[in-house]
Write a protein that binds this ligand. Structure first.
Ligand code: FAD
Length: 197
């Protein structure tokens, strides 16, 4: 099971069946990319049409690609396996029907919720609620930034001076473990700089 991924894992899926959950542009782009090397790509979309969230050009490419199958009205009810994914149980929402299928590759492109509202208005966020830090603050919110000091914010520093953000909660991060770990260690260094200055 992978999340927000495609470029790095696609070569591993060559010749296999790949399941993709999601019906928006990121899922559509991934399906087209995986279909270059996978035997078959099966998109699982909860809604009754991909048109609600996906751009027309992606829908056209998906419909024209014989390696991509789109299963509408479908969600995953269960996933099973021992050391790795072996089976999915697919649920047809309108009928309630359940179908178990063999599966080894599953990629989720269903977005994420950063849950940052508890931080309050002093912390600038992007439209989805991810925390803005460092130079991204000026780029995204510009003059309406709540950043209070004459000096610019340090990298990873939020709009509250001395408070740093690292990992998935931060806007423009890589949504990968390596990115979160790297930013975490960078944040420690920046805290030292903040305390020293
Ligand atoms: C299904 C799935 C599969 C993934 N697969 C991969 C993969 O194969 N490779 C890869 O590199 N990345 C993968 N990722 C992404 C990776 O897990 C994240 O990028 C990484 O975990 C981000 O680390 P983080 O510390 O920023 O956030 P998290 O790991 O989400 O940690 C945040 C922590 O903060 C805690 N928390 C939240 N709110 C509060 C609060 N108010 N007070 C105190 N604690 C709080 C949470 O409980 C959690 O423990 C996957 C993610 C998902 C969801």
């Amino acid at each position: 099971m992978y999340y927000f991924s495609a470029l790095t894992e696609a070569p591993l899926c060559a010749g296999s069946v790949v399941y993709i959950v999601g019906g928006a542009n990121s899922a559509g782009q991934a399906a087209i990319y995986f279909a270059e090397s996978a035997a078959r790509v099966i998109m699982l979309i909860r809604g009754s049409s991909p048109a609600a969230e996906m751009s027309a050009y992606l829908i056209e490419q998906i419909e024209a690609n014989p390696r991509i199958e789109v299963r509408l009205d479908t969600e995953i009810a269960a996933a099973a396996g021992n050391t790795h994914l072996e089976r999915l149980t697919l649920h047809t929402r309108s009928t309630g029907a359940l179908e178990e299928v063999p599966a080894t590759w599953l990629f989720a492109f269903i977005g994420a919720d950063p849950a940052t509202t508890w931080l309050g208005p002093a912390f600038a966020r992007d439209a989805k609620g991810y925390l803005l830090t460092g130079p991204d603050i000026a780029t995204v919110v510009g003059d309406s930034s709540p950043w209070p000091l004459p000096r610019p914010p340090l990298h990873l520093e939020t709009t509250v001076p001395g408070v740093f953000a690292a990992g998935d909660v931060r806007a423009f991060t890589g949504h990968r473990v390596a990115a979160a770990v790297g930013e975490g260690s960078m944040a420690v260094m920046l805290v030292h700089k903040y305390l020293h200055d």
